[in-house]
Design a binder for this molecule. Structure first.
Ligand SMILES: NC(=O)c1ccc[n+]([C@@H]2O[C@H](COP(=O)([O-])OP(=O)(O)OC[C@H]3O[C@@H](n4cnc5c(N)ncnc54)[C@H](O)[C@@H]3O)[C@@H](O)[C@H]2O)c1
Length: 418
């Protein structure tokens, strides 16, 4: 690998990037965020060079910088938390990402952790300027937008990954390999939830710009599509939603906000016309408080010759605290406690690995060692490899809005919804 470092612009300054939310430091399991911390550490380790961060409101940056100095700079050894900010000063500008991306050069990278409805315009703007893109899940909300990004990334020959970090969870990636030995797919059922207190953090967009299926079910839908890649395809989606909690006191979300969304999906085997499967993906952001876990997350996979059960909320590891009671933590995601030498020590967490894989791929392409298309064959969550995840999520939204099943079809080399 060439030692040329990657310049990275972080789009979004919120909970996942910095741990700083509109109402102060996040109270979730990501108090100091994931993205900025990982990139500061990759800069310390020599893979990353210049870092920038773009939001919409320049007034937030003094608080964000202080939060990062106090909780990262003063906690880990040799950690430089500086970055260029856009927009600067007291300016509010929802299109500041254009100014920030215009300052980059071809071969630089952006990582996009902004509200779901903004992923597409920001990703396209960057790709068209020859910038490598890592976009968080859900990559986009419309299947047609996903197809456009696949085509644009090919045309401009850039790396475009979707940040589906659960693919790097050691249990999920092991389960994917084992599922391949169990014969034809039959049934998949997934449950994922977050406590309703998260609705306070996401109030600005919850129910308006996106729904809980896009926000949480995207994780397990992607894992299931990954398991099925080349073996079966989704053909029909029917959605159902529970309502009434998010729209009541004290959350008072907009009237169209659903609490819990279930997608029922038909799957067709590609190797046997008689083998069909069923999947049920349910997600909720009105789960009880004090359940001991931040995200409940489990799934069940049944096939011709066996089954797989995964419970990633309870990993045989629990902590009891006199003040707060019993809790199940997930040290495989982000490890925040410092190493023996006082440095950041979370390089093996799958939240970190996911971002590092993208940085490695972009550097390798810049060094001429690989082509962006190579990663489609590596089982990585490239934009091309994740199109069926968006097809299912988009079909689910249409099914809820139009109260009907939606068909997923492959015609003239394009995936379409009917
Ligand atoms: N919080 C998590 O645990 C988590 C985990 C994985 C992925 N994500 C994804 O990351 C994205 C952001 O989530 P979050 O939790 O950080 O949300 P958040 O609401 O805390 O932060 C969103 C950020 O985006 C910024 N933003 C809004 N419009 C913008 C624009 N036009 N240009 C630049 N910045 C803009 C906002 O200023 C804010 O800083 C979502 O798509 C979410 O699905 C979040």
């Amino acid at each position: 690998m060439s030692d040329q470092k990657l310049n990275v612009l972080m789009c979004g300054t919120g909970e996942y990037t910095t741990g700083w939310t509109g109402s102060g430091a996040s109270k979730s399991d990501k108090k100091i965020g994931v993205v900025a911390l990982t990139l500061f550490d990759l800069r310390r380790l020599g893979k990353v060079d210049q870092l920038g961060m773009v939001g919409t409101n320049g007034k937030k940056f003094p608080d964000i910088r202080q939060h990062l100095v106090d909780n990262i700079g003063k906690v880990y050894r040799d950690m430089d938390t500086t970055f260029d900010a856009f927009p600067e000063g007291d300016v509010i500008n929802p299109e500041a990402y254009k100014d920030a991306i215009d300052k980059l050069s071809s071969g630089d990278a952006v990582v996009i952790f902004t509200p779901d409805s903004t992923h597409f315009p920001i990703a396209l703007y960057a790709i068209e300027r020859g910038i490598h893109v890592l976009v968080t899940k859900p990559a986009v909300q419309l299947l047609s937008h996903h197809s456009e990004l696949v085509a644009a990334a090919r045309k401009h020959n850039v790396v475009c990954f979707v940040e589906h970090h659960k693919r790097f969870d050691p249990v999920y990636s092991d389960a994917k390999a084992r599922a391949a030995t169990l014969g034809e797919f039959n049934f998949f059922s997934a449950w994922m939830s977050q406590p309703k207190s998260q609705l306070e953090t996401f109030r600005a967009w919850a129910g308006k710009d996106s729904d809980i299926s896009y926000y949480l079910s995207s994780h397990h839908i992607d894992i299931h599509c990954w398991i099925m890649q080349g073996r079966a395809v989704p053909t029909r989606v029917t959605a159902s939603a529970a309502t009434g909690i998010a729209t009541s006191e004290p959350y008072n979300c907009v009237p169209q906000t659903e609490d819990t969304i279930t997608l029922l999906v038909d799957w067709q085997s590609l190797s046997s016309s008689k083998h069909k499967g069923t999947a049920v993906y349910t997600a909720s952001w009105t789960a009880p408080l004090k359940a001991g876990v931040h995200s409940a997350q489990h799934w069940y996979y049944m096939a011709e010759k066996g089954e797989i059960n995964v419970d990633q909320a309870h990993r045989g590891y629990d902590i009891v605290n006199d003040e707060t009671g019993k809790a199940w933590y997930n040290p495989f995601y982000m490890k925040y406690s410092p190493s023996e030498s006082g440095h950041f020590d979370g390089q093996r967490g799958y939240g970190y690995v996911s971002i590092e894989k993208f940085v490695d791929a972009a550097r390798s392409v810049n060094a001429g060692l690989t082509q962006p298309a190579d990663y489609d064959g590596h089982g990585l969550p490239t934009i091309a490899n994740t199109i069926l995840t968006t097809a299912i999520l988009n079909a689910g939204r249409i099914s809820l809005d139009e109260k009907r099943p939606v068909t997923i079809k492959h015609e003239n080399d394009q995936w379409i919804l009917e």
